[in-house]
Design a protein around this ligand. Sequence first.
Ligand code: MIC
Ligand code: SF4
Length: 640
Amino acid sequence: MGYTLAQKIICKHLVKGDMVRGQEIAIRMDQTLTQDATGTMAYLQFEAMGIDRTKAELSVAYVDHNTLGSGFENADDHRYIQTVAKKHGIIFSRPGNGICHQLHLERFGIPGKTLIGSDSHTPTSGGICELGIGAGGLDVAAAMGGGAYYITMPKIIGINLVGTLKEFVSAKDIILKVLSMLGVKGGVGAIIEYKGEGIKQLSVPQRSTITNMGAELGATSSLFPSDEVTKQFMKAQNREKDWVEIKPDMDAEYDEEYTIDLSELVPLAACPHSPDNVKPVSELSDIKIDQVCIGSCTNSSMTDMLTVAAMLKGKTIHPDVSLSISPGSRQVYEMLSDCGALSDLISAGARILECACGPCIGMGFSPKSSGISLRTFNRNFLGRSGTADAKVYLVSPQTAAASAITGFITDPTACSKIPEVKMPEHFKINDNMFVLPASKEEAEQVVVEKGPNIKDIPVGKPLEDSIECPVLLKLGDNITTDHIMPAGSKILPYRSNVPKLSEYCFSVCDKTFPERAKKAGKGIIVASNNYGQGSSREHAALVPLYLGIKAVVTKSFARIHKANLINFGIVPLTFKNENDYDKIEMNDEIRIDNLIDSIKNGNEVILKTPTQNIPLVIDLTERQREILLCGGLLNYVKKG
Ligand code: MIC
Ligand code: SF4
């Protein structure tokens, strides 16, 4: 039997295990990336491992999330990351250089290589057939230390693209279509591969819009083949030498297959508050909007920006609409400026932001009270914009531009034709915002600067045999890490300060949680399906750990979050019978005994409430069991 793209790449990087779906495998990671909001923790953990220099072929520390700097905290974090990177062999991407995923695609990604990143959208690199996987900072630190990355061998979903996209219908509409078909947990445990004649019309940035939002499907990664289109892109980035052709074997087998006819696609929007709540834009045309935001790692490439500029040229945005534009990288920014398109955007009334994540993670540009915001981003979770009652719709740059002009959600296919926008044949290359690390000889002299915002990381204790505590929260389906540990401009500055962060834990769901947790001293969380979807932030495990959370009991978990819970010694358990979810209530005093033995040898434990005995499944690999018994990955690594 032939191999799919993912199987080809995994096979070349396999360190342990067999490529049998559902079995644990370990793969070597060629490249690592971090961003600043997760990077401080990743590097604190890397330092705690006592390793001198990254052992990956390439490690890059980007600064793109916390760039608002309304206090000393962000600047402290940036300086820490810059100095720690310099000392340990890591390239540092200065604030202002752009968004990690866009930059990595432009300057470093290589077809056929593996990349682990402390950000859930690391699979953006799948647009050039680099296998990108998002993980918690601790897993990235371990990969920098030369450790392999452990995952369950995913199933492979093949998505056949046929036909030709209509004008003003774009890559964003393709991935929104996939989201409407598979849902936010449809990709859990899977790698998604795109194939078929239809992929030829998609440029690398368009392909990356699609692989980027594979994260919203819960997928481990998403991949396009490396073909002539990839070669063109690499050539335009002056990196043709890094190009290799990679295509799936003719007789490759997929676990599931779907076909999308691109000629039938219409502009789509993900309605509040989930990326899979998808409707045709034409059905939303009565909705008046307050704000439009164009950018983020999903849609901030040169072609996206040129399309928007062409649509806005000579027009003025609607008086009731505030429009923000954040180009994805300085390359995009500079080229927009050189070709005059930036001026078209400015004259239309756009508010041009720096090239960074910005509004996508609630760093400024929060909508007005109950405001309606149209965003080209990838997540519209409740509260993520920074305004609790705002409603965010996720759309393509074309829909965003058309709507910014009319003030209503507008189907762009009704717009008049614009000049064809092509991917540039040559991008402007200027790598002067990447700072190279010190040589091995000089590294010893480098002093790592840790300002007062950088606090110690809580470390898990070896597992206790019994848990006796209250249920501190009972939650529903699809709880995101934005619910567990919100971000935004008020909270993000404390990503290196767990005690301070703990004041906001679960505040989107229940403002009394931090206080109740502190008072109880320990507790468990109960939730329904797909708990922990979204971001890779390990703070969503670290902070609950700090607040005394011992276990999380759910119907199912999202992949990265489950790994993060284990890495910090919180026990992830699932209901044996899903209906038992209804038999347990908030504030119930519960008890679980024989945990150590059950984790060592068994697959079940009994959770006792005052009235019920509920069987729970321990769905863990051998290695995960050992990590939990040690009280987390740091303890496990130290033990050797
Ligand atoms: C996000 O889009 O939610 C983030 C912010 O990029 C996160 C990382 C983080 O929380 O720092 C992600 O996607 O992993
Ligand atoms: Fe940044 Fe938003 Fe992309 Fe996350 S999803 S990396 S916050 S641009």
